[in-house]
Design a binder for this molecule. Structure first.
Ligand SMILES: [Zn+2]
Length: 107
């Protein structure tokens, strides 16, 4: 059963991640935006019934926005390892697609 949403091509192009999807759409995701929207619990904070904590104030460096490696995880997501060592961010395809469809942030 093929995933309805799957990239057929993922490339790093300069400071963007370019994804071509099976249905023909293309996403160009600035690496900085990807990192700032990292979906992992460490970056986004985590709430459970008993505890709530807010994410620490983030301390980004130039390396925080450089991709060291990419890996497909479980056929539904991309795991991005950043040059500063952060590797817990797993980006579901649907999330990547929604990020790509937002208008680009002002520079
Ligand atoms: Zn993270």
């Amino acid at each position: 059963m093929p995933a309805p949403l799957a990239p057929v091509d993922v490339q790093l192009v300069g400071t963007e991640l370019a994804i071509r999807w099976r249905d023909g759409r293309e996403s160009y995701l600035p690496l900085e935006a990807l990192r700032r929207n990292c979906p992992c619990a460490l970056c986004q904070g985590e709430s459970t019934a008993t505890t709530t904590y807010s994410p620490k104030k983030k301390d980004y460096s130039a390396e925080s926005f450089v991709v060291r490696s990419l890996q497909v995880v479980g056929g539904y997501a991309l795991q991005i390892v950043w040059a500063d060592g952060h590797a817990t961010g797993i980006y579901p395809y649907s999330y990547l697609l929604s990020l790509g469809e937002e208008s680009p942030p002002p520079r």
